[in-house]
Design a protein around this ligand. Structure first.
Ligand SMILES: *Cc1c(COP(=O)(O)O)cnc(C)c1O
Length: 456
């Protein structure tokens, strides 16, 4: 009897029961509630591998929604969180401070270019964006220039799911039900490009002409422009040339428009340098960071402002920035981030970025034989392609079919977590992914493309 009660239930039964309970009570993000496919129950993970409760292994090729940097359950980050939790788990951050936050602010100010020196903490990517545009608006009020009210954004830009973030990212197309509740934002074309794109110069010139025209008319009414520099993530890994970002910023500067970089996704090495602003060699006035900041362990948002911005809040009549979250600068999140930043600065991390970039080049070369794979592109550790279909976009049917296919077990290739954005297949691996693992991810894509060709 005793022996029997000690035997854990079979893995399949545990998975089954968890799925049933999940179906009864859990509401998942960006997912159809009536979906016929069961959620995959993950029990543990290490490195680039996710382990399901029923004994399968999945190779995490998208860093679990772009957050994980150095592998799952990384011992150094796990230890940092554990030690911090036993010392100080949380304390009010108005009028109080603590070492993990001070250390993190110090490190970020050192790592970021120019005079991006003033760190404001929040909870996640969306709140880091809310903080940025609110600071930008108040900056102009601090200077007494109350006519600078407009906000600009790139077409297709995505900046998060809270109201202000939805507004500046409205053109991403995810937010139709709430459109009339959003703030107005002026949208400028984004000149995305890919391998073998012969018309990019024409498209860039057209985008810049539209920008010039807009700034000519309204330049002195604009408070700030927010952008995802180099790679638009949620829009389908749309990539532009660094010079395009440089040209846009030059024009914004001429009209004194503040520049906000949303590097929530591109930050911490994804583009092959610490930040996309390092690749383009430009300095924004405000930068938003989240996702990878904690190595993918805990939610934490960071908005870093230039000295000039911060100084508008200081002086004889200091101004309060009336914004703060219950868990502002949570010590556990900061401890994870500090451990993650140490890993970021190891020489082997840069070597890993280069190795991933090289493997991506080979992979793209390999899949370019499929006629359905178009607009092949790569920036640092991110590689992507469009599948040519009649219904492109996030709700493209091929996306769901491919997702299913990738997540199912197959003969002779490992199971992979690849989650297409509509008709866009992309890879954004954690930096610990081995060459061999990355190769198998490309083989999986190659097989998937064979299937798409067969269907079409
Ligand atoms: C994911 C993302 C956000 C939102 O971050 P959350 O943590 O999901 O709120 C904002 N901007 C960009 C560029 C992102 O990729």
């Amino acid at each position: 009897m005793i022996e029997k009660s000690l035997t854990p239930p079979p893995r399949e039964t545990r998975a089954e029961s968890l799925i049933q309970r999940d179906r009864r009570h859990v509401w998942h993000p960006f997912s159809y509630p009536s979906s016929t496919s069961d959620p995959i129950v993950i029990e543990s993970a290490n490195g680039a591998m996710l382990h399901t409760v029923d004994g399968r292994e999945l190779l995490d090729c998208i860093s679990s929604w772009w957050v994980n940097l150095f592998g799952h359950a990384h011992p150094r980050i796990a230890a940092a969180i554990s030690e911090q939790a036993q010392r100080l788990e949380q304390v009010i951050f108005a009028g109080f401070t603590h070492e993990p936050a001070v250390q993190l602010a110090d490190s970020l100010a050192t790592l970021l270019p120019g005079d991006l020196n003033r760190v404001f903490f929040s909870d996640d990517g969306s709140t880091s964006v809310e903080v940025a545009w609110k600071i930008a608006i108040q900056y102009w009020q601090n200077l007494g220039q109350t006519t600078r009210r407009r906000l600009m954004a790139f077409d297709g830009g995505y900046h998060g799911d809270t109201l202000g973030a939805m507004s500046v990212g409205a053109s991403s197309g995810f937010f139709e039900p709430w459109r009339r509740w959003m703030i107005d934002v002026d949208v400028i074309p984004f000149a995305d490009t890919w391998h073998g794109d012969v018309e990019i110069e024409t498209r860039e010139a057209a985008a810049l002409a539209t920008l010039d025209q807009f700034l000519e008319q309204h330049g002195d009414e604009v408070a700030a422009m927010i952008m995802e520099p180099l790679v638009q993530g949620a829009a389908g890994m749309r990539m532009c040339r660094p010079q395009f970002v440089v040209d846009v910023i030059e024009r914004l500067r001429q009209h004194d428009v503040l520049v906000i970089f949303d590097e929530v996704m591109t930050g911490f090495g994804r583009t092959g340098e610490n930040f996309a602003c390092d690749v383009a060699d430009v300095q924004p006035d405000l930068i938003c960071l989240s996702k990878g900041v904690t190595g993918g362990f805990l939610p934490l948002g960071v908005t870093v402002a230039s000295d000039r911005i911060y100084e508008s809040f200081t002086g004889d009549q200091p101004v309060m920035f009336c914004h703060g979250h219950s868990y502002t600068a949570n010590p556990l999140g900061c401890a994870a981030a500090n451990a993650s930043l140490e890993l970021l600065q190891l020489p082997e991390t840069r070597r890993a970025w280069d190795a991933i970039a090289a493997a991506h080049q080979d992979g793209l070369q390999q899949v370019s034989r499929h006629p359905c794979a178009t607009r092949l592109r790569q920036r640092g550790t991110i590689a992507a392609m469009d599948i040519s279909v009649d219904d492109p976009g996030y709700s493209s049917t091929v996306g769901d079919q491919l997702k299913q296919w990738f997540w199912e077990p197959h003969e002779s290739i490992p199971d992979v977590l690849i989650r297409p954005l509509g008709n866009v297949i992309y890879l954004m691996p954690p930096y610990c992914m081995t060459e061999q693992q990355l190769k198998t991810a490309w083989i999986a894509i190659d097989r998937a493309l064979e299937l798409v060709t067969d269907i079409q």
